[in-house]
Design a protein around this ligand. Structure first.
Ligand code: ZN
Length: 332
């Protein structure tokens, strides 16, 4: 009996050893698999975050490219406008020189009272008006460059006009009231500056325009009355732009294009190009409205400004801001 019990105990012990050995083996295998899974999971996690970074990088690049394309577009349309206006000038210059002398003689010959004119007749300028006025305009700000632009303008007691954009410039809203405080004209450009959106319809334009109008009002209490179309009034569909002009003029707003471009719409334009573009062309027009930009990244414009202000004031120019009485500069 004892022997039997001993054998049974032996068998039981053996069986227990087998079972615990088997369980231990299973545990090792499962643990191994678990660790492999854990490694795979962390690898997947890493891959995922890498992909996310890559995705946001390429998104940023895409946005940069889009902005660059837009600025190039604006630049191209400016160039084509310049070519058009040069062609027009040439045409009118050649016809003027042909007719000029004969028509003047004719005018005098036909007037039986050649001296009977009131003072100031034939001149649109008031007595206090300086002979040379330059209207500098800055689009697409405010940005971190704006206070520096304002300081440079102050050095020459120069007044200018700022056509502002809200989207992506919200953090610089404090400069809006600074522009007003220092005696410049604060004018509207766009909320989004996105051509596809704003020129889709008159309503699309007005809803964008209302947003930048509200932004300026909320931050300054100033009611703007001037605006400039993104890309100029000949950008976008003629039909929509004509409708917008009618509607905004009905609401008392007046728009300004420009007749001297600094060329800084393109990021490839250098400081020297900007100085030359302005200083060499400003004498060609009677009321020069000069297009410049003070949006982010326009450091070349900021660098050009001291020389532009110096050279133009040496030439006898006074710098004034636009208002409704300044002869309008329109492309349509
Ligand atoms: Zn613009």
């Amino acid at each position: 009996m004892k022997k039997l019990t001993f054998i049974a105990a032996l068998v039981c012990t053996f069986l227990l050893l087998c079972i615990s050995g088997f369980l231990g083996f299973q545990y090792q295998t499962l643990n191994g698999r678990f660790q492999t899974l854990e490694t795979q999971a962390s690898q997947l996690k890493n891959n995922n975050s890498e992909l996310k970074t890559k995705l946001s990088d390429s998104n940023e690049k895409l946005e940069d490219k889009e902005a660059y394309l837009e600025s190039q577009n604006e630049y191209i349309s400016e160039l084509s406008r310049q070519i058009d206006s040069l062609a027009e000038e040439e045409e009118s210059a050649s016809s003027d020189s042909e007719e000029d002398s004969s028509s003047k003689e004719e005018e005098n010959d036909n007037d039986p009272y050649p001296n009977l004119y009131a003072e100031g007749f034939g001149s649109q300028e008031t007595e206090n008006e300086p002979e040379k006025i330059a209207y500098l305009t800055f689009d697409d700000g405010p940005s971190s460059l704006t206070p520096k632009v304002l300081d440079l303008l102050d050095e020459y007691d120069a007044k200018a006009t700022f056509f502002v954009v809200c989207k992506n410039n919200e953090e610089y809203a404090e400069y809006l009231s600074e522009i007003v405080k220092r005696g410049h004209t604060l004018a509207l450009h766009s909320y989004s500056h996105n051509y596809n959106q704003i020129y889709a319809s008159m309503d699309a334009f007005l809803s964008d325009y209302e947003k930048v109008y509200d932004w300026v009002m909320e931050n300054t209490g100033y009611i703007p009355s001037l605006f400039r179309f993104p890309g100029g009034s000949n950008n976008g569909s003629s039909y929509v732009v004509n409708e917008i002009i009618d509607e905004l003029e009905r609401r008392g707003f007046q728009y300004f294009d420009w007749n001297v471009s600094s060329g800084d719409g393109s990021n490839l334009t250098t400081t020297e190009n900007i100085i030359d573009n302005i200083c060499n062309n400003i004498g060609n027009v009677k009321h020069p409205v000069v297009l410049m930009h003070d949006g982010s990244g326009k450091d070349a414009t900021l660098a050009a400004l001291p020389t532009v202000l110096k050279r133009l004031s040496d030439k006898g120019y006074e710098f004034r801001s636009l208002d409704k009485n300044v002869p309008s500069v329109h492309y349509r």
